[in-house]
Design a protein around this ligand. Structure first.
Ligand code: FES
Length: 107
């Protein structure tokens, strides 16, 4: 099972994914720059990703605390906090990119 991480130059990286892991952990453990400052507590917004449009409706709805954090971090309709996305087999092939705001924090 994999997720597909799209870079700023549109190149795609296929990352092996493990059921039960946070998408944030999958990205971070493959060495990509995602800060995830709060460690997944939904309290920092530095793990923000933008999910491909085709995937937005397939993911569970964000909880209120995720929505609040996204509102504070320049989110758009494709934005999610990757720490709040727990990988399941149904998410195999999930395509996303690290949000520009999160990349800026990591730079
Ligand atoms: S790691 Fe802090 S909100 Fe996701």
């Amino acid at each position: 099972m994999q997720i597909i991480l799209v870079g700023a130059d549109s190149t795609e990286q296929r990352l092996d994914a493990v059921e039960g892991w946070r998408v944030m952990e999958i990205i971070r453990d493959h060495g990509f720059p995602i800060i995830a400052e709060c460690g997944g507590a939904c309290a920092c917004g530095t793990c923000q990703v933008e999910v491909d449009l085709e995937w937005t409706a397939k993911l569970h709805e964000p909880r209120e605390d995720e929505l609040d954090m996204l509102d504070q971090n320049y989110a758009n309709e494709w934005s999610r906090l990757s720490c709040q996305l727990i990988f399941t087999p149904e998410m195999n092939g999930l395509r996303l990119r690290i949000a520009p705001v999160a990349l800026a924090v990591a730079a």
